[in-house]
Design a protein around this ligand. Structure first.
Ligand code: NDP
Length: 491
């Protein structure tokens, strides 16, 4: 009989209550990789009840931080032992080149280790307020956290969400994208094996508008953390108002990568490729708008196009492949529609622009790395997140124009500046309305540093101590060291 990948609720592997299933597709050839349970609101409700019990009745909320750290270090070790298997599965399910999936797995291991370590570090404060009072400020877990992640970094986004939440002492109801649940299912097998108490971490599978919506709306979920598109973020925010949930949102971007004429030319070209084409451009922080100083515009583009044409596109598991397929047929069509729109809007294609239909690639969702020039700021391809390997180029005269173009979208997630003038680099970065920035680099991400956006790119921060604090409530405790009557009211 066909194997059905199940959900993990209250320490048990369970099918969907309604018995529904869904196929998971390999985007490199459209073959069926697995069949998974397809849950609904009622499955989420069971998971929430288990998470609530584990938090309040079974004592997870008062489990010593050292025990939470021990479990998380064990989880990191067991993931590391099976790193190659996880990387291959991630590539099959998401499409990304194997070397990228290998980085994702090692980054996920490092993220679990970072938060395992942070669990036991001091998080409180004390204040000497007016005598004889002493005030303590403690951080406590929020309670039951709902977590929803997208398909572009399935395992890594799971680590970014689960690690701080569990390290801080919360219980979790977690939903991966219906398109890419496979490595997360394996991760929950490890969570089971290392011995997390039942109900602490629950995995629900199913679509965003059913399972995802229930997570956002459920009154027994105290916090919802989401990564995905801005439109979905908005609807989650609205659904979460019922019980005034704590919310954190990591949403879309249309981030500027600014190249000044005095930049190290070859370094800037090389990082520009990484900024937009890594992970097929399906990256929230992608440097999808390239701003080039007028005086080097033509020369820079010539070299960029030459390098872009050399990118090897193909199935992620094949050796030497540098860029894989897009996640789904729907998404491929969305990206191709944007390319058509760019042409209609009057931008000029200087590289790519087509679906790849050569040989076996015809079966998958491959698109050429694409570059548009001669754009203007109001074009939709300049303003909207395409979330694929499509770069739009803008030209600027001076520092002031670079900053004004860079900030001219609804987003504020990330941005980069290339220049050999250190003061100019910092001056420009300080004027960018964005949460994640680089000077003479683009995209490196560190567990220690906060990740998140300004404007419509989100709310709150992940990673670092900021990411931990997002999963805590702050309580003040005022202690009278010399208890005696206050005497405010006369006897
Ligand atoms: P979504 O934002 O729709 O999906 C992200 C996650 O949210 C998935 O797990 C999805 O579930 C879930 N979800 C969808 N609708 C709801 C809802 N109403 N309530 C709760 N959860 C929900 O991304 P898409 O896959 O639709 O991609 C659309 C666009 O969003 C992309 O083209 C890109 O522009 C942007 N995007 C941005 C990302 C980022 O990191 N900034 C990541 C992914 C997408 P399921 O997929 O299972 O239906």
């Amino acid at each position: 009989m066909e194997r059905i990948e199940k959900m993990y609720i209250d320490g048990q592997w369970v099918p969907a209550l309604a018995g529904k299933t869904r196929d998971v597709i390999n985007p490199a050839d459209a073959s069926v990789l697995a069949t998974i349970a397809e849950g609904a609101a009622e499955d989420v409700q069971l998971a929430v009840a288990a998470a609530k019990r584990a938090f309040y009745e079974d004592g997870w909320m008062v489990t010593p931080p050292s025990e939470r750290a021990r479990l998380m270090f064990a989880l990191a070790d067991s993931l590391e032992k099976r790193a190659e298997e996880f990387a291959k599965l991630e590539t099959q399910n998401n499409g990304k080149a194997l070397r990228e999936a290998q980085c994702d797995v090692s980054d996920a291991v490092a993220c679990f280790r970072y938060y395992a370590g942070l669990a036991t570090k001091p998080h409180g404060q004390t204040y000497d307020v007016a005598d004889p009072m002493q005030t303590l400020v403690v951080r406590e877990p929020i309670g039951v956290c709902g977590q929803i992640v997208p398909w572009n970094y399935p395992l890594l986004m799971a680590a970014w969400k689960l690690a701080p939440a569990l390290a801080a002492g919360n219980t979790v109801v977690f939903k991966p994208s219906e398109l890419t649940p496979l490595t997360v299912i394996r991760l929950f097998e490890l969570i089971d094996v290392v011995g997390y108490p039942k109900g602490v971490a629950n995995l629900v599978l199913g679509a965003g508008d059913t399972v995802g919506h229930e997570i956002a709306a459920n009154f027994d979920i105290d916090k919802v953390a989401f990564t995905g598109g801005t439109k979905t973020g908005r609807s989650i925010m609205m659904a979460a108002t019922g019980n005034i949930k704590n919310i954190s949102l990591e949403l879309g971007g249309k981030s500027p990568n600014i190249i000044f004429a005095d930049a190290d030319f070859e370094a800037a070209v090389d990082w520009t490729l990484f900024a937009i084409f890594v992970n097929q451009g399906e990256v929230c922080s992608a440097g999808s708008r390239l701003l080039i100083e007028e005086s080097i515009h033509d020369q820079f583009l010539e070299r960029l196009v030459e390098r872009t044409k050399q990118i090897k596109v193909g199935p992620g598991l094949e050796e030497d492949v540098e860029m894989g397929p897009l996640i789904s047929e729907t998404h491929l069509n969305r990206v191709l529609d944007y390319i058509e729109l760019g042409k209609k809007e009057g931008a000029r294609l200087v590289c790519g622009g087509n679906r790849i239909l050569e040989g076996d690639l015809e079966k998958g969702y491959f698109v050429e790395p694409t570059i548009f020039i001669d754009t203007s700021p109001e074009m939709r391809i300049v303003q909207e997140e395409i979330f694929g390997p499509v770069l739009v180029v803008q030209k600027f005269k001076d520092e002031q124009e670079a900053v004004s173009l860079a900030n001219n979208t609804i987003y504020g997630l990330a941005g980069g500046v290339f220049t050999q003038d250190g003061a100019k680099g910092l001056r420009v970065i300080k004027k960018l309305r964005a949460g994640i920035t680089w000077i003479n680099a683009y995209n490196p991400t560190y567990n220690e540093a906060p990740w998140g956006g300004y404007k419509q790119s989100g709310l709150g921060r992940e990673l670092g101590t900021f990411g931990f604090e997002e999963y805590t409530e702050v309580k003040q405790i005022n202690i009278n060291l010399e208890p005696s009557p206050l005497g405010w009211f006369k006897e």
